[in-house]
Design a binder for this molecule. Structure first.
Ligand SMILES: O=C(O)CCC(=O)C(=O)O
Ligand SMILES: [Fe+2]
Length: 296
């Protein structure tokens, strides 16, 4: 039976990267405590308790999903900025970008009687246009309650990020992300995985999904609509930048204020919407370097 490696929350980034390189999935145990989860539940329950069941087999007829977690939950903001996760994302995505962004937020509650989700690779959201040699995603699933094989723990196929796309796993090649509440599964955009079957009578499995993608790609969840400027202005500069109120390159992601006729906010970084602080792309580069560095 395939198994996922568990590491303690005191692990080094290098030890996490080593497992990710081999398996493309790893569990970090007990990162946040019980009190943290109580508050998180209080923030999410009003939204999760209304009926947001999936409308197809992929999203699950007995599975509730909600997004906009940065706007809706202070505790999710803390999770999104978790130091160990962000240091791991920086190192893991470094070969493919010079920065990354929060790409997707969702709380997923798999209810009793849900069947298992088809195994898939999350990079598929971009329609298969990205060459396999680029890994665009590093994702997390935070266990809000205990994940067990019975209640729908995520299925993961360790090592399948290196497989040919048509290879299907044998049953004993599928691992289940069983973990205690407060632990986190880290997995890549190319590993085969899917929600598990929930065979329990009355236990709902809830995970908070926070996915990080290279900064030059379209985000799965439109953060500017899920967390519009009037909410984003209350976030820390670091978090605003992480969700996309920043540029991803010298001219990538700028904005112009449609009401500004004094040339104050013309072709500027979204950071200017909130403060005058300069972003890391505001230095005017030498055009030769700009052109040269833009093609690998
Ligand atoms: O709920 C889960 O454990 C996994 C869900 C998933 O992979 C997805 O919806 O893309
Ligand atoms: Fe998925």
């Amino acid at each position: 039976m395939a198994e996922l490696k568990h590491l303690p929350s005191t692990s080094s980034v290098d030890s996490i990267l080593e497992v990710l390189e081999r398996d493309a999935g790893v569990i970090i145990d007990n990162v946040v405590n019980f009190d943290f989860l109580v508050e998180l539940n209080e923030e999410l329950n009003p939204f999760l308790s209304s009926d947001n069941l999936g409308r197809d087999e992929f999203t699950g007829f007995k599975t509730n999903r909600i997004g906009a977690l940065i706007a809706r939950s202070k505790k999710c903001r803390e999770l999104a900025l978790n130091k160990l996760i962000n240091e791991t994302a920086t190192q893991y995505l470094k070969p493919y970008c010079d920065g990354y962004q929060l790409h997707f937020t969702s709380a997923v509650s798999i209810g009793p009687g849900e069947s298992s989700q088809i195994l898939h690779r999350d990079r598929g959201i971009w329609g298969g246009y990205l060459p396999r040699k680029v890994e665009p995603l590093l994702s997390t699933i935070w266990a809000i309650n205990e994940f067990t094989k019975a209640n729908g723990a995520t299925q993961i196929v360790p090592g399948s990020h290196k497989w040919d796309k048509n290879r299907q796993p044998l049953e004993n090649e599928i691992a289940f992300a069983e973990m205690e509440a407060g632990s986190v599964l880290i997995y890549t955009g190319t590993v085969l995985h899917g929600g598990g079957e929930n065979t329990t009578k009355n236990i709902t499995r809830t995970g908070v999904f926070l996915h990080y993608a290279v900064n030059w790609i379209r985000q799965q969840e439109n953060q500017y609509l899920s967390c519009p400027p009037d909410i984003a202005k209350h976030l820390s500069p670091e978090l605003k930048s992480l969700i996309g109120y920043s540029k991803g390159g010298y001219v990538l992601g700028f904005y112009s204020d449609p009401y500004d006729n004094e040339a104050r906010f013309e072709s500027v970084s979204p950071e200017n919407m909130f403060s005058k602080s300069k972003d890391r792309f505001s230095e005017i580069p030498d055009p030769k370097d700009l052109v040269n560095d833009s093609i690998k």
